[in-house]
Design a protein around this ligand. Structure first.
Ligand code: NAD
Length: 268
């Protein structure tokens, strides 16, 4: 698609919450020109709520390696470890609140500007900020509940925790005896087919695709911005650090998501 303008700014030193009007004006221009925007979020949108991301200094990966899906299936010990880690984070996940970035995204959906939020996050904060559940596409699942890996039955975490504390191991599925896991997608696990299909359809139908807080290194999720761009949509990336996909973007803002997006949405 001809006529894209390219503005790349790198104002990492100004990551204080203050914003620069010139580059935010470009984001506002893109939003105003858009009839159908898709928002794509990563762990970076939730750091302002107090949930660490994976790859920033102090991020989750600097503290513990992720447990691969095959290891989870084959090792009862690693399943216990996965659940131990999950319950250790329960206080954070059950009390955390959406921040102004989530609320700005919710406003874009409410205004009819954004059709969908495709999220890699598992924290449920887009729904908590008021985005209708059918507009949120969770391609890496949700950590606020569990699922049986065999029959797919949903289970709440509290009874699993009570069993874990009483017996030192998680319960099997009460319907089929299968293995229970948080309803998240681990490394090595198949992507959820219907969510991927919905994410692809939303991406192909948009004219503006905005990435918020993703290092864009986790595939296939990171394929969506490229798909949007190849399909003729404009691409904007708001992320604290540069990403490998900045070269494809019409606009790159190395800025803090919350204040940046709030200012842009307030101007619409
Ligand atoms: P990532 O950790 O690889 O990248 C996050 C990016 O966001 C980084 O480049 C960082 O510079 C940027 N960032 C952090 N805070 C920011 C802020 N306030 N403003 C602007 N930029 C900010 O995350 P990813 O790309 O989402 O991939 C990691 C995987 O881990 C994903 O699959 C995700 O599901 C999962 N994850 C989810 C959560 C969550 O649900 N909140 C938390 C950690 C990891």
């Amino acid at each position: 698609m001809a006529g894209h303008f390219t503005i790349k700014t790198s104002y990492v030193s100004r990551m204080t919450g203050s914003t620069d009007t010139a580059d935010i004006a470009s984001l506002i221009d893109l939003l105003r020109a858009s009839r159908r925007t898709v928002i794509f979020t990563g762990a970076g949108i939730s750091t302002e709520s107090g949930i660490p991301d994976f790859r920033s200094p102090g991020g989750i990966w600097t503290q513990m390696a992720p447990i691969d899906f095959r290891d989870f299936i084959s090792s009862a010990e690693l399943r216990k470890e996965a659940w131990r880690r999950r319950f250790a984070m329960e206080e954070m996940f059950s009390t955390v609140q959406p921040n102004e970035g989530h609320h700005a995204v919710a406003s874009l959906v409410k205004l009819g500007k954004a059709s969908h939020v495709i999220t890699q996050n598992i924290d449920n904060l887009h729904q908590q900020s008021g985005v209708p559940a059918d507009r949120v596409i969770e391609i890496h699942g949700n950590t606020r509940y569990a699922k049986c890996l065999n029959c797919g039955a949903r289970a709440e975490l509290e009874p699993i925790r009570a069993h874990f504390e009483a017996h030192g191991e998680p319960p099997d599925c009460r319907f089929c005896g299968g293995i229970m896991k948080t309803a998240t997608i681990s490394f090595g696990q198949a992507m959820p087919e219907s969510e991927m299909a919905r994410a692809e359809a939303a991406t192909l139908a948009c004219d503006l695709f905005i990435v918020l807080g993703s290092s864009l290194v986790v595939y296939p999720a990171a394929g969506f911005p490229i798909l949007a761009r190849k399909n003729g949509a404009r691409l904007a990336i708001v992320n604290r650090e540069p990403t490998d996909q900045d070269i494809y973007a019409d606009l790159v803002l190395n800025r803090q998501i919350g204040p940046t997006l709030r200012e842009a949405v307030n101007a619409l």
